[in-house]
Ligand binder design. Structure first.
Ligand code: PLP
Ligand code: COI
Length: 362
């Protein structure tokens, strides 16, 4: 399902200046993803093509209570960020997110979007909302492209109509801890995704499936869940909103993309940067036993999660089978700190963009 829309015009319906919202005074203090900008982008799909591309005021959606997405979960999304640097607005590898959006769409039997068109539409929306891109260190404008099946029908079938939209939210750190070690609960009872399922798609149900174990983690004061593979509960997979890296002595390892975890763009960027640093980097199966033994013996030097919202998040402690295990003595490891500085430096335009990852919206 693919329809060329490159020539589609974007209709603009912008608010007059006096109707614009007050921007938050200190973006670093607002809880992640709770404030939205004045405008959004949307387009509709029906009759096998995309149409009605519009930039218009941010507003509630009008949806039939029988809309398929509400009943059977046909919904996908992406997460990306825009950064401000000396008046310029920068995106980080945005085409990768739109490519992944189409991979998620194919898995959920939803129509593809045209990558160039969506990127142009996003740039146009960002030009309208330029003043919303914060410039405080550690802040950015979070971008949430989303697609939902909206046909009103109770039969379990792919929708024939879709709504695609992009909303924007000024954000600071994803975790309330900021860039400080996070505590991670290893779920040994519940699983997120199984090989052959939809774990590699960024689809809404994966996040609903993660909530229950999250409540268990919070009972022991932990904030995030580390999932194990669904077949043997033996190998580490990923954290709720992040891919995971483990540094064993001179090796940096991360689980391979076997279909049940998300192919993170930050993960790919970390792999590129660390290989370039000459590190011994492996995408390989890592058993939870190897991690726990490595923490006991000192072979595991550091662990960190990575993702768009979370950036690079040091792991300070693992909770496994009723016991806490400190990681890097609860402190941020040296490589973790280096990667945080390097990645945020490239993303914000402060460090050289050696890999051609940055896209300027103008
Ligand atoms: N894994 C999951 C389940 C996620 O939600 C995310 C966030 O998008 C990631 C991994 C990291 O992916 P990325 O680096 O592309 O943001
Ligand atoms: C992201 O990193 O963009 C995510 O999607 C994580 C999350 C807020 C669901």
């Amino acid at each position: 399902m693919y329809t060329c829309v490159k020539t589609m015009k974007i209709e603009m319906n912008l608010l007059p200046h006096e109707k614009l919202k007050q921007k938050p005074q200190d973006v670093l203090k607002i809880p992640f993803g709770t404030v939205f900008t004045d405008h959004m982008f949307s387009m509709h799909y029906s009759g096998n093509s995309w149409h009605e591309a519009r930039i218009h005021p941010y507003a509630p959606l009008e949806l039939s209570p029988a809309a398929l997405c509400l009943h059977y979960g046909q919904g996908i999304f992406e997460g990306m960020k825009a950064y401000r640097r000396d008046g310029r607005v920068l995106l980080f590898r945005p085409e990768k997110n739109i490519e992944r959006f189409n991979i998620s769409a194919a898995r959920m039997v939803m129509p593809a979007v045209e990558i160039d068109f969506v990127l142009d539409a996003l740039k146009e929306l960002l030009r309208v909302e330029r003043n919303w891109v914060p410039d405080a260190p550690g802040s950015s404008l979070y971008i949430r492209p989303t697609m939902i099946g909206i046909q009103a029908k109770l039969g379990v079938k792919p929708s024939e109509e879709y709504l695609f939209f992009i909303i924007l939210s000024p954000v600071g750190p994803y975790f309330k801890e900021g860039f400080s070690p996070v505590n991670i609960y290893v779920s040994t009872e519940h699983v997120r995704a199984v090989r052959g399922g939809v774990g590699a798609a960024k689809t809404i149900g994966n996040y609903a499936a993660s909530l229950f174990a999250g409540t268990e983690a919070s009972k022991v004061g932990y904030s995030q869940v580390l999932w194990l593979d669904a077949l043997e509960l033996k190998y580490i997979e990923e954290v709720g909103t992040m891919n995971l890296f483990v540094r064993f002595d001179d090796e940096l390892a991360t689980p391979p993309l076997t279909g049940s975890i998300l192919a993170g763009i930050t993960r790919d960027s970390v792999l590129t940067i660390t290989k370039d640093m000459g590190m011994n980097v492996k995408e390989r199966s890592i058993s939870i036993d190897e991690v726990i033994e490595g923490l006991d013996s000192g072979k595991v030097i550091e662990m960190f999660g990575c993702g768009t919202a979370a950036i690079i998040a040091p792991v300070g402690s693992l909770w496994y089978k009723g016991k806490p295990y400190a990681v890097s003595n609860g402190k941020t490891g040296e490589l973790t700190q280096h990667l945080f500085d390097e990645l945020t430096g490239i993303q914000s335009g402060e460090r050289e963009d050696r890999y051609g990852w940055i896209v300027d919206i103008d």
